[in-house]
Design a binder for this molecule. Structure first.
Ligand SMILES: [Zn+2]
Length: 364
């Protein structure tokens, strides 16, 4: 057994001093701070590399209909090779930033290919997207995919359903997806209330059967979302980027999402922004660690991010972990993931984005 000596252990909102953690294998050492579990990213699109103009949008539907992207997203998502490269970089940067759990949407093929190729990754919740639009999956397609992949890689990969949004999915499908999730005990997530109130419409479709549905954004009616038992994931970086506002009260938020890890940064950046908005550092950090796991009912046994840095610098996003353990398996060691450091991962990101723009770029 390895022995990790930790000056401060942050676990479920509390700090424990001078703790020894026993982990399988040979990894040992002394650290200033451990987060157990590590950071959790409850919502990420790992293939998003361009998001359009900043700050001028009222809601997500207006943004989706009018944004001028510099890349043909549909073609990019239809390219499993390039999509998988982007996912690999998003998961690598996340691990290097201390993220031990991430929920990903986007290209299912690209994401599966990435997981097959990666030696190490955070715990992943795969959420294939249902959307009534050409090039996207239908509920039947997602359903046939789910049974084989619900418990892969010793519980480090699990799956659920992502409904793109109420406005872009037909009501019957939304209702069926929510019942399917309940029946199969798999998570169902959706973009909700992203600048426009949708609770009444959702209740008309699904009744009061909404508890445990994971609602992403909820910048409108956040109190109502919480009261109905929805699990609220806030993405402060993209909310501020697109709409210049986010959920004002921390108590209506269960967990945080990076939304666009390759554009605005990983959960480390979302944590930094949340800390500056809400101030209550330890409560914010609790939601940014345990929060994501609870939202998706994911086990976090032996998921630990270990730092040679202070808690103050962790909550402000300035600290990077020296070691990251996922399910007892060391992944990041001495700040490197399988020999790759942040600089190399960021270089790979720039190269892959250039490749994506050269293949699928648009001139406006
Ligand atoms: Zn999103």
């Amino acid at each position: 057994m390895g022995k990790l000596e930790v000056e401060e252990l942050f676990h479920y909102g509390k700090i424990y001093r001078d703790v020894v953690l026993h982990v399988p294998g040979r990894i040992s050492g002394s650290f200033k701070v451990a987060l157990m579990p590590g950071l959790s990213d409850a919502h990420a699109h790992p293939q998003v590399i361009d998001v359009g103009e900043r700050g001028r949008w009222k809601n997500s539907y207006e943004w989706i209909a009018n944004r001028k992207l510099r890349v043909r997203e549909e073609d990019l998502r239809g390219d499993p090779e390039l999509s998988s490269k982007l996912t690999i970089i998003a998961l690598t940067l996340s691990l290097l930033d201390g993220v031990t759990m991430i929920a990903i949407t986007g290209s299912l093929q690209g994401n599966l290919l990435a997981l097959r190729r990666l030696k190490y990754h955070p715990r992943v919740i795969m959420l294939p997207t249902i959307l009534n639009k050409k090039g996207w999956m239908k509920l039947e397609d997602v359903y046939t995919f789910l049974p084989d992949s619900t418990r892969l890689d010793g519980g480090k990969i699990s799956a659920g359903i992502f409904i793109h949004s109420i406005g872009l999915t037909d009501p019957k499908t939304v209702k069926e997806a929510i019942s399917l999730g309940k029946g199969e005990k798999i998570p169902v997530a959706m973009h909700l209330n992203e600048g426009v109130g949708e609770i009444e419409v959702l209740r008309k479709i699904a009744g009061n059967n909404l508890n445990e549905v994971v609602a992403i954004h909820c910048i409108e009616e956040s109190e109502e979302c919480k009261r109905l038992g929805l699990r609220v994931v806030s993405c402060p970086l993209s909310n501020l980027y697109l709409y210049e506002r986010t959920i004002p009260q921390l108590e209506f938020i269960d967990a945080f999402g990076s939304d666009w890890p390759l554009v605005t940064g990983t959960l480390r950046r979302a944590l930094s922004t949340a800390t500056s908005i809400y101030k209550r550092e330890l409560e914010v950090l609790d939601k940014a660690t345990r929060g994501g796991y609870e939202v998706y009912n994911i086990n976090h046994e032996l998921d630990i991010s270990l730092y040679d840095d202070t808690l103050e610098r962790i909550v402000t996003g300035e600290a990077h972990p020296r070691t990251v353990i996922v399910g007892g398996q060391p992944t990041v060691i001495e700040g490197k993931l399988d020999g790759i450091d942040r600089g190399e991962a960021e270089r790979a990101l720039r190269e892959t984005i250039n490749e994506a723009f050269s293949l699928y770029g648009v001139d406006h």
